[in-house]
Design a binder for this molecule. Structure first.
Ligand SMILES: Nc1ncnc2c1ncn2[C@@H]1O[C@H](COP(=O)(O)OP(=O)(O)O)[C@@H](O)[C@H]1O
Ligand SMILES: [Mg+2]
Length: 173
């Protein structure tokens, strides 16, 4: 049975050109793509859920089959609630591989009918991570190559807060 709907879950703190590349590829593979922004309190996101949703909506507005929603709890439960059977994730480096495969197996154990599908971003976008962007922005680095313009503006506005947040974040990681 063909899969029409895919769910792309993540923290998107903030959405990057890497995420957007995955979203574009997903929107071309599936009839409908739901970008599912996790509340993810454990990660102590820099941007609030509302801000992350707004940035995702602004930057995907030109893709009519992409919908942005938030979710709490298990990804598989959210996918099931939509009647979906596909989780979309992006793969960058070998370091992603271990975590991503572990999560895919865990999700398969919880929901055997749900398949995780991985796509690679284009090579130029594949080294971008939200953490790198937050850290570079905190050091006043030029992040315009990594995020859409509207996200860069929000990062600049947060510059002060960012400096404190990166200190706190880098301790545990
Ligand atoms: N530059 C990129 N290229 C490809 N995939 C990416 C890139 N950046 C992030 N991703 C993928 O997007 C997904 C969501 O990432 P992220 O926002 O960090 O949420 P999470 O907290 O679930 O890891 C993950 O599958 C991650 O590997
Ligand atoms: Mg991640």
């Amino acid at each position: 049975m063909p899969h029409r709907l895919a769910v792309y879950p993540g923290t998107f703190d903030p959405v990057s050109n890497g995420h957007l590349d995955v979203i574009l590829r997903g929107s071309q593979l599936f009839e409908q793509l739901v970008v599912a922004c996790a509340v993810n309190i454990a990660k102590e996101p820099l941007f609030s859920l509302d801000e992350r949703l707004e940035m995702l909506r602004e930057t995907t507005a030109d893709l009519p089959n992409v919908k942005v929603e938030s979710f709490t709890g298990m990804v598989v439960d959210y996918v099931r609630s939509l009647g979906g059977k596909v989780i979309l994730r992006g793969l960058r480096t070998f370091s992603d591989y271990e975590n991503e495969v572990q999560m895919a197996y865990a999700n398969r154990t919880f929901a055997p009918e749900v398949e995780t599908v991985f796509v690679c971003a284009s090579l130029e976008e594949s080294f971008i991570s939200s953490r790198l962007i937050r850290e570079a922005a905190a050091l006043d680095g030029d992040i315009s190559r990594f995020v859409p313009e509207s996200v860069a503006v929000r990062l600049q506005k947060k510059a002060h807060e960012l400096k404190g947040a990166v200190k706190k974040h880098s301790k545990g990681r």
